[in-house]
Design a protein around this ligand. Structure first.
Ligand code: ZN
Ligand code: ZN
Length: 78
């Protein structure tokens, strides 16, 4: 009768692609981000969707690049 099974459960890294809203930094599953989505169609992200760090955003001729110190660079989709 032991209760040491919880180390197994917590060691797995869930493959959640975007736990945070990359516009406002709030948890993506909390509240509504309709305005964020609308703004993000025109603007670069502000927060890393994975770790919520502030992104270093650069506007480039093709759109933008956003760099997270932890997760690297992402670029505009178009
Ligand atoms: Zn948002
Ligand atoms: Zn990150």
């Amino acid at each position: 009768m032991t209760a040491e099974h919880d180390t197994l459960a917590s060691s797995a890294t869930p493959l959640v692609s975007a736990p945070y809203c990359d516009r406002c930094g709030e948890p993506a599953g909390t509240g509504t981000h309709e305005r964020c989505d609308a703004a993000r169609a025109l603007e670069p992200p502000r927060y890393c969707p994975t770790c919520r760090r502030r992104l270093v955003v650069q506007v480039v001729p093709t759109g933008w690049t956003a760099r997270c110190a932890e997760h690297g660079v992402s670029t505009s989709p178009n």
